[in-house]
Write a protein that binds this ligand. Structure first.
Ligand code: HEC
Length: 204
């Protein structure tokens, strides 16, 4: 009579603890990890696709690459990360997250010369970059089969960056540590771009 109630009480406590543990574990499994500035790393460590880079936060790089390489466009799988330049990111969220943006979340990062990055702004239809351009307003012009991915020929308004400038920006992502060597043309273009950016903001 003395020992039984105590035993039963501790078993109940044990069971409750196990159940709570299981519920927490299940919740953690269902909810993908929160997206922070640290979710995005050196652009050149991502997988190159033509002029841009991709990765997948949920481990489905294969699915992301398949979508990016589909000749006639495709819907990117959840977790897909797409970047053309270090400071602007598109992330495909879970299905149903935001119908208007086809579940893409737009991010603009602030990256310091020593490679530290913070999220300057993030969200869906109303994210505006530091040059006053609304990400969604441009990207929504991509023909429907391209899932809001612009490249140079999917129907979006162009950005004022030439392929040489883009390459130079990718090679000098401060998050990568040492920059890759620039060709003479890339170095000249990068200098011109930096001068233009400090002189007058463009609409990219
Ligand atoms: C003026 C229109 C415009 C604005 C504003 C704009 N983009 Fe883009 N974006 C483009 C175009 C056009 C390309 C393709 C350029 C190229 O490949 O040379 C592009 C490329 C990209 C890519 C590479 C994949 C792709 O679509 O080709 C990502 C990722 C991206 N932009 C994210 C953003 C984010 C995030 C913002 C806002 C913070 C933004 N963009 C604002 C037009 C725009």
């Amino acid at each position: 009579m003395n020992r039984f109630p105590r035993l039963r009480f501790s078993s109940i406590v044990g069971l409750v603890l196990i159940c709570t543990g299981l519920t927490v574990a299940a919740a953690q499994k269902a909810e993908p990890a929160p997206i922070t500035a640290d979710s995005f790393k050196c652009i050149r460590d991502m997988s190159p696709v033509r002029g841009f880079y991709v990765s997948n936060l949920n481990g489905d790089l294969k699915g992301t690459l398949a979508a990016a390489n589909a000749t006639n466009g495709a819907v990117y799988p959840p977790g897909s990360v797409v970047q053309l330049v270090p400071g602007e990111v598109m992330v495909k969220r879970e299905a149903g997250f935001n119908a208007a943006t086809k579940d893409w979340e737009f991010f603009e990062l602030t990256i310091t010369p020593d490679g530290k990055s913070t999220i300057r702004t993030r969200g869906f239809v109303d994210v505006v970059n530091r040059f006053g351009g609304n990400c969604f307003a441009c990207h929504v012009k991509a023909r429907p089969e391209f899932d809001l991915i612009c490249e140079t020929d999917h129907g979006c308004d162009p950005i004022p960056l030439t392929p040489v400038m883009i390459k130079a920006i990718q090679k000098t992502d401060p998050r990568c540590g040492a920059p890759e060597e620039l060709t003479a043309e890339e170095a000249t273009m990068l200098k011109a771009l930096q001068a233009a950016m400090t002189a007058k903001p463009s609409a990219s």
